[in-house]
Design a protein around this ligand. Structure first.
Ligand SMILES: Cc1cc2nc3c(=O)[nH]c(=O)nc-3n(C[C@H](O)[C@H](O)[C@H](O)COP(=O)(O)OP(=O)(O)OC[C@H]3O[C@@H](n4cnc5c(N)ncnc54)[C@H](O)[C@@H]3O)c2cc1C
Length: 390
């Protein structure tokens, strides 16, 4: 494990840091600023800012230059993640497209798909949603029942997706749709790239614990999509989906450590202000969190080293998911214990900036569900890494 960055990488850090300093207004970094805006306005502002950042060359850090990326190293991507968090930069509005869809298109897309999808996504001209989960299909994704019936050179799609992040702001959705009979439940599925701005697609927001509606339901009623708008081969969507989900891994753990460590400091600040910081149990809980955070940091370094050496992490990515999600959730459970009723009161005591912290604590409940639940990750570790029987 090499813990140093190269000279080029450090120079990239300086350039990025200067750009972020010049382009993030001070008030944007105030705790609770984004939550104080109507959600449509905050989404639009973040969308525009992220486009400008891409135009300045600070997007697609590791992507090849031919796709509009910067052609950088995994180390530069780690620096990017770290600096974005340190500068309290707005979070991406196109995470599902950038993390999952773009690398899949680069790997298996047609020439037209590479041309039409990647550049516009990088500039946020098209916001992508992921249409996998359905009311009857979550961890068991192959149980999905949304159907596409061939009509000339198009498919007519009917069905429903749920928990769709950005449903209300999405322009297009990469959706798993059953298009052929198939001899097993994993076959006969296609990944269709469906335009959400058509009469046959309706997105309805779902209200979350925090009061936000970051996700929603998407209903397809005779929605139309060209048969050529299929990523990968028709009927072979399962393989496309497995490839797509494998791109969640990578060096993002460094940025997560930086973010969670800052959150830890905020929780310590609240413990002090509430007079709980000297209590033995609270101190023990905080110390355990700090130890977990440091383990996360070294694991992130290990992953970065693997990626830099061109090694495929394979099922080890499940360990990363388990480690970051459970560290994050533990941290916010400690906040719940320390803040007590203040962790959930609609009007907590003023002066402590508790509202954005409450939102984080609510959000932390979801991270062991999406992207593969903790139970499913443990199954993968047990079967594929430890070789235990199914
Ligand atoms: C904030 C958030 C955002 C999301 N965004 C999207 C999105 O953009 N697009 C999208 O398609 N989906 C999205 N999802 C959905 C997410 O992928 C699913 O919630 C997830 O796959 C789990 O499916 P489920 O909710 O149907 O639960 P289920 O699969 O029904 O699981 C219920 C419980 O059973 C456990 N379980 C299930 N199978 C097994 C097993 N084989 N062994 C042991 N335990 C098992 C699970 O761990 C869980 O505890 C999002 C979810 C959340 C919370």
């Amino acid at each position: 494990m090499d813990l140093t960055y190269t000279e080029d990488e450090e120079q990239f850090r300086d350039e990025l840091r200067s750009w972020l300093r010049a382009n993030i207004p001070d008030e944007w970094t105030r705790p609770g600023f984004w939550r104080s805006l109507p959600s449509d306005e905050s989404f639009r502002m973040r969308r525009d800012w992220e486009r400008d950042k891409a135009m300045a060359g600070f997007a697609g850090i590791e992507w090849p230059v031919e796709f509009g990326g910067r052609g950088g190293t995994p180390g530069m991507k780690a620096i990017y993640d770290e600096e974005m968090v340190a500068a309290r930069a707005p979070q991406t509005v196109n995470a599902l497209g950038l993390t999952f869809l773009a690398p899949t298109v680069m790997a298996i897309g047609t020439a037209e798909q590479k041309r039409d999808i990647i550049g516009p996504m990088l500039r946020n001209e098209v916001i992508w949603c992921q249409g996998f989960s359905e009311p009857g299909a979550g961890s068991d994704l192959a149980a999905l029942s949304t159907r596409g019936v061939r009509d000339g050179d198009e498919f007519v799609v009917n069905g429903q997706k749920v928990w769709t992040t950005n449903a209300s702001h999405g322009d297009k959705i990469f959706a798993m749709v059953r298009t052929e009979p198939g001899d097993s439940k994993h076959r006969g599925i296609s990944m269709l790239l469906i335009d959400m701005h058509q009469p046959g697609v309706e997105a309805r927001p779902l209200r979350q614990l925090s009061g936000d509606s970051e996700f929603g339901e998407v209903f397809f009623t005779d929605a139309r999509v060209k048969a050529t708008d299929c990523l990968g081969s028709l009927g072979e969507g399962w393989g496309t989906a497995m490839l797509l989900l494998s791109f969640e891994r990578g060096a993002s753990g460094i940025g997560q450590y930086t973010e969670f460590r800052r959150q830890y400091d905020e929780i310590v600040r609240v413990a002090r202000r509430l007079g709980r910081a000297q209590e033995p149990v609270a101190r023990q809980q905080l110390a355990r969190c700090l130890a977990e955070l440091e383990c996360l940091r070294y694991h992130a370094m290990h992953v970065l080293t693997q990626v830099e050496q061109g090694r495929d992490l394979g099922s080890e990515a499940s360990l990363t998911k388990l480690q970051w999600s459970e560290t994050f959730q533990d941290l916010w459970e400690v906040f719940d214990d320390i803040a007590g009723p203040e962790a959930v009161l609609a009007q907590p005591r003023p002066g402590l900036d508790l509202i954005p912290m409450q939102a984080q604590a609510f959000w932390s409940r979801s991270v062991t569900i999406w992207g593969g639940s903790s139970q499913v990750q443990r199954n993968i570790v047990a079967e594929r890494l430890l070789g235990l029987p199914r």
